[in-house]
Design a binder for this molecule. Structure first.
Ligand SMILES: [Fe+2]
Ligand SMILES: [Fe+2]
Length: 303
């Protein structure tokens, strides 16, 4: 492991954690070969839809997931429009950019299922959090009219991938470190670094880089607890950070308390970046966004 990325001090316990993380990351490949080839074709402006479909079709699970996702609440159909029934139709309707995102979603779901988590409920709670943050991100993108085209869902889905890695690689430390109570408005990153010498943000960044994922997704994994530090992706990371906060509110199960976003740093950052009245707009829209997202993400996580 490159210690310049995962900045672990050189003590015995930290060395052991590094080894466990490397071992886990070796066993888990986020992008199988077919998916990696399909993503390369999606990024090639000269590639044909047929070539794209031919590659995806080599992987039955990927094909099945793309068809399911195309007909899911992520892509609401206008009245009278038929469900998508074949891969080429899915690519034509979604476009290669959205299809690429759906490939990443499918790979992430299958990665979650491959992970040898000792406790099933840890996987379920973290998967729930991933899908909920992903769906809320799509709603916030529309609310704030940011014009992001599908990448926000994937970024919401992957933002806490470091937590999943830590829970798999070092379950004992994870249990002490992360109580999964979603009370995160304090400095969780600082606490994690004090306790284990690294954080789920650093581990997530390291894992996504190792798997050659796009830089905006890497930046979200690294900076979602401090979007102001995310350089050219500030707006994007701030959006995911707001979605994360609303998902945390829901998962704290304190719904008798009103959600309060007035002092949320990532929302204030969005305002300074030109998203006018974002605090007032979210203050009004959050109940509808949350109830719709809870329903859609529940359906998606069962795909
Ligand atoms: Fe996080
Ligand atoms: Fe999170």
């Amino acid at each position: 492991m490159n210690n310049t990325i995962l900045n672990l001090p050189n003590t015995d316990s930290k060395r052991k954690l590094t080894e466990q993380l490397i071992q886990t990351a070796r066993e888990i490949k986020m992008l199988p070969d077919v998916a990696a080839k399909a993503i390369a074709i999606a990024d090639d402006p000269n590639a044909s839809t047929q070539a794209f479909a031919n590659i995806i079709a080599q992987d039955p699970r990927l094909t099945r997931d793309i068809l399911s996702l195309s007909n899911s609440p992520l892509f609401p159909r206008a009245p009278g429009v038929k469900p998508i029934s074949c891969l080429k139709m899915a690519i034509n309707r979604l476009g290669s950019r959205q299809t690429k995102q759906m490939i990443l979603v499918s790979c992430y779901s299958s990665m979650l299922n491959q992970m040898d988590l000792e406790e099933v409920h840890v996987r379920e709670i973290l998967a729930r959090h991933s899908f909920l943050t992903g769906v809320i991100s799509t709603k916030l993108n529309k609310l704030f009219k940011l014009g992001i085209q599908g990448e926000e869902f994937t970024a919401g889905l992957l933002h806490d991938v470091g937590r999943i890695l830590l829970a798999t690689a070092a379950p004992k430390e994870f249990k002490l470190l992360d109580t999964m109570d979603f009370t995160e408005r304090h400095d969780v990153i600082k606490e994690e670094i004090e306790f284990i010498g690294t954080s789920h943000a650093e581990v997530g960044e390291w894992f996504l880089l190792r798997n050659h994922l796009p830089e905006e997704l890497v930046s979200v994994a690294r900076h979602h607890h401090n979007p102001a530090a995310s350089g050219k992706f500030k707006r994007f990371v701030a959006l995911i950070s707001v979605a994360d906060d609303l998902a945390n509110y829901y998962q704290r199960q304190e719904l008798e308390k009103e959600y309060d976003c007035t002092n949320l740093a990532s929302l204030r950052l969005l305002e300074t970046l030109g998203v006018e009245n974002s605090i007032a707009r979210l203050g009004e829209a959050w109940p509808k966004i949350l109830s719709e997202s809870v329903e859609s993400s529940g359906q998606l996580s069962r795909l």
